[in-house]
Design a protein around this ligand. Structure first.
Ligand SMILES: [Zn+2]
Length: 455
């Protein structure tokens, strides 16, 4: 009988899990088994977890009781960081500072989970959310350039807690699962994975630093706005002596068992996610835009979240290939209802969205036609999500009389070489027609927005 998973599409897939050749950093060996599957095999068979447990205790004792907090736990409130926090508090008796970088799309069930968790564990909780108007611009820019609108989230989640470590002078940070669990940028056989700047630049920030981003966005966004997304300076990290590690490097990571634990002890509750079958209600439930992210992945790479989840079960011998193939076929690649909200957020239409994503398709996959795509139903909380259409935020500088300021500013800017005479003239010519700026009243006082480099 032919392999039902190989029949799903023209893409070559792992003979053990369901990951296709378009998965980031994948390779296949002579038996057609992928490197992620081989990593997990290594984790199950070759790591001395008792020795690692001792290492963890030695690490903790170096820091316990010496600072305002014993450690920082970067915390999304999802299953992995909730378990990490639970483990460090309940099993190790640590006093952590819990730090959340709020990406802006937390869902109601998630917020209730966080509330119960931090209350039950009795911890100090620090939550930070960056300016929505900046986030909106970052989302569109990252989508255009990388086909991934989550740059603000990737960078903020990894940078912001490091900045807090420096500011509060708390050197030890515990993340959850190591990346070797799902990708092969790092591997279990190379010892303890440090969650550091090298790792950040290697696969977290999509190759775009906050400084790069400042140059790409219009002048209203400055480096001050982008600080939350910037990795702290090496000298500051050294001064505080920051050590940033994954709990999953020291204890074997078993998602299903850990989920059961936090449910029993913290009343942590599951939720539904777009494009995810029943039975996985613990996965990525903290972001309203998860469905859009998974949909983009499907359009770019020909597989979605269900292929990823089924792969974990296949690897752990919890599912047969026929069941996995059916699940993947039934769930991956549907158009999520959250896409409407996303398009409103970034201010583009669906045709434009498809055009942008088409530029980022990973060969040999080819993006399907819009017409072939089936739509999925709205989630229960869809209408409870904050709607923040483009233009809702107050302009940064209220300009009482745009025309007058521009008239004054132009010669001054030209004199100071802020922009060329030709640009000044072009702008001057456009000024009487205020509609060219979209709303006719808030003409930028000094310089026009920088043109996009390669949109
Ligand atoms: Zn595999």
């Amino acid at each position: 009988m032919p392999d039902p998973i190989a029949q799903l599409s023209t893409l070559k897939r792992c003979t053990r899990c369901a990951l296709p050749e378009t998965h980031e950093s994948i390779t296949f060996d002579a038996e057609g088994v992928c490197n992620v599957c081989r990593q997990v095999e290594f984790k199950q068979e070759h790591i001395d977890w008792n020795a690692r447990a001792t290492e963890l205790d030695e690490l903790i004792e170096q820091y316990r009781g010496k600072y305002d907090y014993d450690c920082i736990v970067p915390f999304s409130g999802g299953k992995d960081s909730t378990f990490t926090l639970w483990y460090l508090v309940r099993e190790k008796g640590l006093k952590p500072l819990v730090v959340s970088f709020d990406h802006g799309f937390y869902r109601p069930n998630h917020l209730a989970n966080v509330e119960r968790t931090i209350t039950a564990l009795g911890v100090d909780y620090h939550r930070f959310r960056p300016n929505w108007d900046v986030v909106r611009k970052l989302m569109l820019e990252a989508l255009e350039r990388k086909g991934d609108f989550c740059w603000h989230c990737h960078t903020g989640i990894f940078s912001y807690p490091m900045q807090i470590a420096v500011k509060f002078e708390v050197p030890l940070l515990f993340w959850g699962e190591p990346s070797a669990e799902y990708t092969s940028y790092y591997s279990y056989d190379h010892g303890i994975e440090e969650v550091d700047e090298r790792r950040f630049n290697r696969f977290v920030n999509l190759g775009i630093t906050a400084e790069d981003m400042e140059g790409m966005l219009d002048d209203s966004v400055t480096m001050r706005d982008l600080e939350p997304f910037a990795y702290p300076k090496m000298r500051d990290l050294r001064r505080v002596g920051v050590r940033s590690v994954c709990l999953g490097s020291y204890i074997p990571w078993d998602v299903k068992q850990q989920v059961q634990l936090i449910k029993d002890d913290l009343d942590w509750r599951e939720d539904v996610v777009e494009g995810v079958p029943e039975g996985y209600g613990y996965e990525k439930i903290e972001c309203a835009m998860q469905g859009v992210r998974d949909y983009i992945k499907y359009l770019k790479r020909g597989y979605g979240r269900t292929a990823h989840l089924a792969s974990i079960d296949l690897r752990n011998d919890r599912m047969d290939r026929e069941t996995a193939a059916k699940l993947i076929e039934g769930h991956d690649g549907k158009r999520p209802a959250s896409l409407d909200v996303f398009l409103e957020y970034v201010g583009i239409d669906e045709e434009r969205f498809m055009e942008i994503v088409a530029r980022h398709v990973v060969s040999p996959w080819a993006q399907p036609e819009l017409i072939q795509i089936e739509s999925a139903a709205e989630l229960w909380d869809h209408n409870m999500w904050a709607r923040r259409p483009a233009g809702i935020s107050a302009p940064r500088e209220a300009v009482a009389s745009g025309l007058q300021q521009v008239e004054n500013a132009l010669p001054m800017a030209a004199e100071h070489g802020t922009f060329s005479q030709a640009t000044a003239e072009a702008m001057g010519a456009a000024v009487p027609n205020g509609d060219a700026h979209g709303n006719g009243t808030s003409v930028p006082p000094v310089a026009a927005p920088a043109p996009d480099e390669d949109s």
